[in-house]
Design a protein around this ligand. Structure first.
Ligand SMILES: [Zn+2]
Ligand SMILES: [Zn+2]
Length: 448
């Protein structure tokens, strides 16, 4: 029966090419923490993941642009990311550290076993490299126009539509480093052929929870042949493969999926390595939930679920995805490169963490995009601070109604129908009326 086993809450690892900003916190990180705390409070057995990611070539690109040592830069951002999660009281059971030997062995062994088992078969395919600088065009190395929505996009995912972008499906693809033209070359690489998982994916999304916009991504891809996605390439950056993947480096989105599987399996059965032991550990999964931004739509709706099924996650165990839209700052997109951001570490150091968590849960762009302004944050603080201190500032709702509202707030923190903004509104009513149940809601939402 779904729900009887372990509840898994997955947050994608933070890329070590910049510190976390308030937009990141408002997206997957804080929401997943609140959902996991609420599940634990209901008595569920929960495994949560967090981590950082150094193998996106965006990390190398940033270091090259700044002329700094990539290892040192990644280590500094890793420390800042861990510091921000800690300051925000975001807790996790599994921390995925791609620089640890256990992680590297676990992930590359699992990938190799999947090829041996025929689930990531080796195929000779045509890839593209830059004809001037020679690099294999993927992720940050390639730029072009998304064939799905017309937005400018790099390799990986399109921020405009959440679709899959790669050098061979971007229109007018060029090298993003030197402007060179793509030149085809042949390579034998492992591939995840999503078409082989069509039936499983349909079955998953007939029952699992997904917001409308993400569901449109699934529909769009199911209307055509599902793509074959290379799991590793010959390239200069990424985790080095082993066995049948010798001489190749893992595609980073494959690494993210496999490392999540590896980390969850480790938490359920410490020491589990390889496909067989991993599959056995994953049989304990009752419901598996993703927290993601819509720009990763292709990956959390199609690519990772297919990979999870290939690794042994029961297909009726995929619970669904809680998805956020973009959070803007004063009307413009948060941007690390343009320094248009409020950095999480600074903000959490200067502000009351209770208020930060409550505000971001209240204002997060979960059902539609929303906009952060300091003025709005201050208004919220002014309203809510006295309530947290036990001082009445608003006329209290009748106790019987306030109690019902607090119960509704707790129910809104179930993974299915997860609605932390509603829970904060219920909390404010409960605080004003001082009714039972308010403390539990407060403790889950603030992480205290
Ligand atoms: Zn180039
Ligand atoms: Zn697009």
């Amino acid at each position: 029966m779904p729900g009887a086993g372990v509840t898994v809450v997955v947050v994608p690892p933070a890329t070590a090419n910049g510190p976390l900003h308030v937009g990141h916190l408002s997206g997957p990180y804080l929401a997943a923490d609140i959902a996991a705390r609420a599940a634990r409070a209901r008595g569920e057995r929960v495994v949560t993941t967090a981590g950082f990611d150094v193998h996106q070539n965006w990390v190398l690109t940033r270091a090259e642009k700044e002329g700094v040592d990539v290892e040192k830069m990644a280590a500094a951002y890793r420390d800042e990311i861990i510091g921000a999660l800690d300051a925000a009281r975001i807790r996790y059971d599994v921390f995925l550290d791609p620089q640890s030997a256990g992680y590297q062995r676990g992930v590359t062994t699992l990938a190799a076993d999947l090829t041996e088992a025929g689930r990531f078969p080796l195929r000779t395919i045509t890839l593209l490299a830059c004809e001037d600088c020679g690099r294999t065009l993927h992720q940050s190395y390639v730029v072009g126009t998304c064939s799905g929505c017309g937005s400018e996009a790099a390799g990986g995912g399109c921020e405009g539509c959440g679709g899959y972008t790669a050098a061979d499906n971007l229109i007018d693809a060029l090298c993003n480093r030197c402007g060179g033209k793509p030149k085809p070359f042949e390579a034998t690489v492992p591939v995840l052929s999503l078409e082989d998982y069509r039936e499983e994916l349909i079955d998953i999304w007939l029952r699992a929870e997904l917001p409308g916009r993400a569901r449109q991504i699934v529909t769009h891809y199911l209307e055509q042949r599902l793509p074959d996605v290379p799991i590793a390439y010959p390239t200069n950056w990424g985790l080095e493969g082993t066995g049948p993947h010798d001489g190749l480096r893992l595609e980073v989105y494959a690494e993210v999926g496999l490392s999540t599987v590896y980390g969850v399996a480790q938490s359920l059965r410490p020491g589990a390595v390889g496909l067989e032991e991993t599959s056995r550990a994953l049989a304990e999964v009752g419901s598996w939930w993703h927290f993601n931004g819509i720009d990763n739509g292709f990956y959390f709706t199609l690519f990772w679920p297919a990979m999870y099924v290939a690794c042994g996650v029961p297909r009726d165990g995929i619970g669904g995805a809680q998805v956020n839209e973009f959070y803007t700052l004063d009307g413009a997109k948060f941007s690390t490169s343009r320094n248009h951001a409020i950095w999480a570490n600074d903000f959490l150091r200067d502000e009351d963490v209770d208020i930060v968590r409550l505000y971001l849960a209240w204002d997060r762009p979960d059902r539609y995009a929303s906009d952060f302004t300091v003025a709005s944050y201050r208004e919220f603080e002014e309203q809510v601070r006295p309530l947290l201190d036990g001082a009445l500032r608003v006329p209290a709702m009748a106790s019987v109604l306030a109690e019902a509202d607090v119960r509704r707030g707790l129910a809104a923190l179930r993974l299915r129908g997860f609605d932390p903004a509603l829970a904060v509104r219920s909390l404010l009513i409960g605080l004003a009326a001082k009714v039972p149940g308010t403390d539990e809601l407060l403790s889950i939402l603030t992480g205290r």
